[in-house]
Design a protein around this ligand. Structure first.
Ligand SMILES: [Zn+2]
Length: 119
């Protein structure tokens, strides 16, 4: 059921984009990698432009050039930082949970040894 629905949606999307490609104009976008390689990619004017592209000449990630300058990737870096921060938070909370679990276990053992907890 889900498969057929997805197929139908993909089908209608590709029909639309086929029509769009014929009608839309193209733009040439330049990229430059950290090794200094420059290359161009052709995109439809309506396409969402990627900020980075894998370099054609080496394996570096190339950055999109806008008016000869590399686009600002600060937004992407920010989200990377945020996810790293999330990971740190997650790790810390796990550690706290483990510590809490230890406390509970110790408390349970203590109660059990005192005969107050039979389970
Ligand atoms: Zn390169």
């Amino acid at each position: 059921m889900a498969e057929s629905m997805r197929g139908m949606r993909l089908g209608s999307q590709s029909l639309e984009s086929d029509r769009g490609v014929e009608l839309s104009e193209r733009q040439t976008i330049d990229f430059r990698c950290s090794a200094g390689h420059e290359f161009s990619m052709v995109f439809s004017l309506t396409a969402e432009l990627p900020d980075t592209w894998e370099c054609k000449k080496c394996d570096e990630i190339a950055t999109r050039l806008e008016a000869g300058k590399e686009v600002d990737l600060a937004v992407g870096e920010l989200s990377t930082q945020r996810s790293h921060y999330d990971m740190v938070l997650e790790r810390r909370s796990k550690k706290e949970l483990e510590a809490l679990l230890q406390e509970v276990l110790v408390d349970m053992r203590k109660r059990r040894s005192e005969g107050r907890l039979t389970a």
